[in-house]
Design a protein around this ligand. Structure first.
Ligand SMILES: [Zn+2]
Ligand SMILES: [Zn+2]
Length: 226
């Protein structure tokens, strides 16, 4: 899109917001606060943002705990193959249906609602800014989709989220560092062990990333009962 067109749309945006006020992507309530992204205040209250204390390695949150960050049992038993992992938010497993975050994510991924990518990505970028303390990233690498899945969905949801995080954090996004070597089954119904098995050997290197410090947006598993 041309720069003049983008500038025109940017100037038009406040008028469009006035004619068609932005609404909560879950309950459709009107969003009055210009700082609101995606969800109204009532829906946002139900979303658990990951915050301290959590495991400094894998980012597993301790919702019922207080005090400092500390390693979880899994990380004490064996170091994971990554330096740090963080989840932005989660929802309790006993609230699987009717939870605003889950429902909107389902619409985005499986309902192929491309328009949800930007508001979700902006929200994620804003709220997870403090989770990677002391880290400097060269590049954000979205998890690639298998070409077959990409054809079906029409877009890679991880790339759309990564673009918004990259824009906010001022980090380049490179979707060609990783390639999907084989198809995998959806992770939704799998437990942690099955997920590991499912994605083993599913990725290979694409564009050279040697010496680059990468951040991969990855959807974590919701904590059981938490
Ligand atoms: Zn709402
Ligand atoms: Zn851990």
């Amino acid at each position: 899109m041309k720069a003049e067109t983008l500038s025109f749309i940017r100037h038009l945006s406040p008028f469009l917001d006035w004619i068609y006020p932005p609404r909560c992507r879950y309950c459709k309530a009107q969003l009055f606060d210009p700082g609101d992204e995606c969800f109204c205040a009532a829906c946002r209250e139900k979303i658990r943002l990951v915050s301290h204390p959590f495991c400094p390695n894998c980012g597993r949150p301790y919702f019922d705990g207080s005090g400092d960050d500390h390693l979880c049992g899994a990380c004490l038993a064996g170091s994971p193959y990554f330096q740090q992992a963080r989840a932005w938010a989660c929802y309790p497993t006993d609230e699987l249906s009717g939870h605003p975050l889950r429902e909107v994510l389902q619409h985005f991924k499986y309902g192929r609602k491309l328009s949800l990518g930007k508001p979700l990505g902006r929200l994620m970028a804003r709220d997870c800014e403090g989770l990677f303390q002391g880290c400097v990233f060269d590049v954000i690498v979205p998890i690639p989709l298998h070409p077959k899945r990409l054809r079906w969905r029409g877009f890679n949801q991880a790339l759309l989220l990564a673009r918004e995080v990259g824009r906010r954090w001022k980090i380049a996004v490179d979707p060609f560092v990783l390639l999907r070597s084989r198809e995998t089954q959806p992770q939704t119904q799998l437990d942690e062990r099955e997920r590991r098995k499912n994605v083993r050997g599913a990725f290979s290197g694409g564009a050279p990333a040697r010496g680059r410090f990468a951040c991969l947006p990855w959807r974590g598993q919701s904590p059981k009962g938490g």
